[in-house]
Design a protein around this ligand. Sequence first.
Ligand SMILES: [Zn+2]
Length: 430
Amino acid sequence: MVGGDPRRGPARSLTMRAHLAHATILCALVTSACGAEPAVATDTATATAPPGDTATSAPPDTATGDDGAADVGERDGDAAPAVAIVGARLLGAPGVADGGVAVLVLEGGVIARVGGDVPAGAEVVDLSGRFVVPAFIDSHVHLLYRPEAAEMLSGGVGGAVDMAAPVRIFDPAAVDFGALEVVAAGPMVTALGGYPTQSWGRDGYGLEVPNAEAGRAAVAKLAGLGARFIKVPFQGEAQLSDEIAAAVIDEAHLRGLRVAVHALGDADAARAGRLGADILAHTPVEPLQPATLDLWAGKTVVSTLGAFGGADSTVANLRALRERGATVLYGTDFGNTTVAGVDPRELTLLSRAGLDGAAVLAAGTTAPATFWGFADLGALAPGKAATFMVLRDDPRVVPSTLSSPASVWVRGLATGGGVGAGGSRGGRGG
Ligand SMILES: [Zn+2]
């Protein structure tokens, strides 16, 4: 498990999460001063809490009464009162028309209720005039290359998909992403001397396989370590042969894992598509031929339009893939790029590719939550993490507002937000 486990049942260990939320926020604010303690606490608490434990299975209402909070506090040692957010216009709240005003009740770091009245004893936060949307999910990052999970969180990113990292990313004792939920592939399965082992990914970012058997064994090893998908590069001179790549893809599919490919050229993207890969980890840069576009019709593409300079050909490729029914996921290649938080340039380029504000919002919230299985994210709904952005403008009309949130709430606690601004672009392109 890495960071928060998206597969974890959303309603479990509410009070544990309340405790965690405090530790996590302190980390988000203090950043580098925090060690591995919060992540270890998460993992331990979730793994060891007995299913019927009274503290962890207490219904949300227990904490709302005048003495209910004290009861929970005695059991847990740390319980925050319920928070009722009023006046905000909600987007992504099932049962509430987008842009409609409804009360958002937070308890123990999760969303307890949407709509209804303010619970007795709740702390009321008036966000009249603001828009509240679920935290973003960045579907292409490298968190061990650039370990800035806390900065991503305070910039409005609540979930991230790590698209290549050494195997230690699967070791909770070795990495600490705090409250950032992470889905990871581990190292790319690549050819001997293949991408990225001779460039930016020398130190364990590629798992080199000489033949089909080794390819299948690599997939088995990564699956056993906790990989949630497999990444294969189709780039450069040293590439997996069709036979080896097909074996890797087949083994992944046999294990229920999808395969993401790094393929920037038309021929490489076509070969990956023919061999049955599922996800373009980047929008290809070279103009895609109609036959290549057809191979990717109805599949999935992670945008990363800014990572390679935002060329017109890249933007046109994304537009064409989308016209063929491909699912577009917001992604930045953070690690190789440097904007922690929601990247304003990526938003602009998505708009240029034909995504309106609602589509941009979907590419960063509902679509990746469903696709990757981030059960705690993607909607303002009961049981989801209380991790969301407070925006000054309606993102359906002004998508750029997503990159400068008025505040960001992480597991029920507010931070300043608006971190996703600084930094120049690295542009290495992983
Ligand atoms: Zn990358």
